[in-house]
Design a protein around this ligand. Structure first.
Ligand code: ZN
Length: 69
């Protein structure tokens, strides 16, 4: 019987937050919680970085419509 080579196990990946083995369902994190932590870090850093492209503000003079996929 032939057996296809599956994707490498998640064990090869590590959660960038806590360093544990990542889960396929939550790649590249080990859990949803770590994913959220990373998201918050990313957002907070994005706001801290001076000169970073600011997100489009809604309200006065909003000429650009939000993209829709
Ligand atoms: Zn983790």
């Amino acid at each position: 019987m032939q057996r296809k080579e599956d994707e490498p196990p998640a064990v090869t990946r590590r959660c960038p937050i806590c360093g544990k083995s990542a889960r396929l369902a939550e790649l590249p994190f080990c859990s949803r919680r770590c994913a959220e932590i990373d998201l918050h870090r990313w957002l907070s850093e994005a706001y801290r970085v001076p000169g970073a492209p600011a997100p489009p503000e809604e309200g006065e003079g909003a000429q650009q419509k939000p993209r829709q996929k």
